[in-house]
Unconditional design. Structure first.
Length: 152
């Protein structure tokens, strides 16, 4: 019997569904620690998952994930993240273990447009001020060479 067959329906907070097959993992509360340790809310018993890999929290009806400096990283839809909004049915990977995030934001109190996804801010802050201003010396086409300002 799957969770869809049960009379009570899916868990309020949604599910992590393994993309390679296996049992779905119910999201039972609005703040979850995910990692290899037994003390985590979701314990993933894989050697390449860190003891405390990441934290998932519900904010304004949407799940967000924050990587906690894990050795093998957290990805959302194939892209490494520091912090990211998890839209319904997106794919999240803990190390190399991928899951689909199934939930309905309205069930978690969402209304109106989704809250801002601030992962682009973290990405921006990782670049230098010179690069942010578009004044970087390295060529975009060949990073081993300086820019030729006459060509641009």
């Amino acid at each position: 019997m799957t969770w869809e067959d049960k009379p009570s329906g899916p868990p309020k907070y949604g599910m992590l569904v393994p993309t390679g097959g296996g049992d779905p993992i119910p999201l039972l509360k609005d703040r979850l620690m995910i990692g290899r340790r037994e003390s985590c809310d979701i314990a993933l018993k894989f050697a390449n998952v860190s003891g405390q890999h990441c934290r998932m929290t519900v904010e304004n009806g949407y799940w967000f994930v924050r990587d906690l400096g894990s050795r093998n990283g957290t990805k959302v839809d194939g892209k490494s993240i520091v912090r990211k909004r998890l839209d319904p049915r997106c794919k999240i990977s803990f190390a190399k273990h991928e899951y689909r995030v199934d939930y309905d934001p309205q069930d978690l109190g969402a209304f109106g447009p989704p809250p801002p996804d601030d992962d682009h801010i973290d990405e921006l802050l990782r670049s230098s001020l010179v690069d942010r201003a578009g004044l970087g010396r390295r060529s975009n086409n060949d990073p081993s060479k300086n820019r030729d300002w006459a060509e641009e």
